[in-house]
Design a protein around this ligand. Structure first.
Ligand code: CP
Length: 311
């Protein structure tokens, strides 16, 4: 089914068939994403990026993706520069912005903000991260990276480690991996494990997962190690953050105990979860993962905008 004109607020807004179609198109778009092929399919179209939280990868890769498709970009990277500071509601902001562009990419600190925005938008809204909620386009990039590194998604055991409570990339990815039937291991301090409501949802989906508390106990059975940052900015109490900060660190010696062919992913930014000495090992895939944000977002924009002859 065509994805044209649809919102992507949650990974569950897409089926496995939708995701596969986007990932297949992203594969074909790799040369264009690197600038080796020039496209004009999005000529005359405008992407509006509206970021109420900091971002390096998501905003810039979306903007690069739109430029690579031949389209234009309008952007708010600094929320202090918008009329939200004068008290304008998100609903009103979206009413305006969606009349200035053909698709809106929104990052917001409030969970559910993208879904709310979609109700007031004249054009498709893509969630670029809503508080501790979801980050579906990061998940598309993660799945693409797993496919590139491992050939397929389902047969892998994916260990997801770090902040599984507040980490929105984790929430999207776990649901996507459940959709694909991959096996998951969730490694976190008890206070940062996957929230109970999400576990219930995974159970209802028939997801295959287990919980663990150390990397050492699971590294030998892990095909993909997905590290995440402890989300300091989401802790109501900084003393609670200090208790768990720095709890996990991937090192070459840990990986030496790992399953043959293990790869390490991270949505980035990292703040100590991965020793830089890992960067030069064959396991390190996190910078490639960040680069894949461009072809994957090109493919998604092309689907949503109904662009012809792109991939
Ligand atoms: N992975 C990710 O969302 O990175 P940014 O916060 O830099 O966009």
């Amino acid at each position: 089914m065509s994805f044209q004109g649809r919102h992507v607020c949650h990974i569950a807004d897409m089926t496995v068939a939708d995701v596969d179609r986007v990932l297949d198109a992203a594969e074909r778009l790799l040369p264009a994403a690197r600038g080796e092929r020039t496209l004009e399919a999005a000529k005359g179209k405008i992407l509006a990026t509206l970021f109420f939280e900091p971002s390096t990868r998501t905003r810039l890769s979306f903007e690069s993706a739109m430029h690579r498709l031949g389209g234009n970009v309008i952007s708010v990277a600094e929320p202090g520069s918008t009329s939200a500071t004068k008290g304008e509601t998100l609903a009103d902001t979206i009413r305006m912005v969606s009349s200035y562009g053909d698709v809106v990419v929104l990052r917001h600190p409030r969970e559910g903000a993208a879904r709310l925005a979609s109700r007031y938008s004249r054009v498709p809204v893509i969630n670029a991260g809503d508080g501790a909620g979801q980050h579906p386009t990061q998940t598309l990039t993660d799945l693409f990276t797993i496919r590139k590194a491992k050939g397929e998604i389902r047969p892998n055991t994916v260990t997801i480690a770090g902040d599984l409570k507040y980490g929105r990339t984790v929430h999207s990815l776990a649901q996507a991996l459940a959709m694909y039937g991959a096996e998951m291991v969730f490694v976190a301090p008890e206070s940062l494990q996957v929230p109970a409501d999400m576990r219930q949802h995974l159970d209802a989906m028939g997801a295959r997962y287990r919980l663990a508390s150390t990397l050492e106990e699971v590294v030998g059975e892990t095909d993909v190690l997905y590290m995440t940052r402890i989300q300091k900015e989401r802790f109501p109490d900084l003393d609670e953050y200090r208790k768990v900060a720095g709890v996990f660190r991937v090192t070459p010696s840990l990986l030496a105990e790992g399953k043959k062919g293990i790869v390490v992913l991270h949505p980035l930014p990292r703040v100590g979860e991965i020793d830089p000495a890992v960067d030069d090992t064959p396991a390190a895939k996190y910078f490639e993962q960040a680069a894949y944000g461009v072809p994957v977002r090109m493919a998604l924009l092309a689907e949503i905008l109904g662009l012809k002859g792109v991939a």
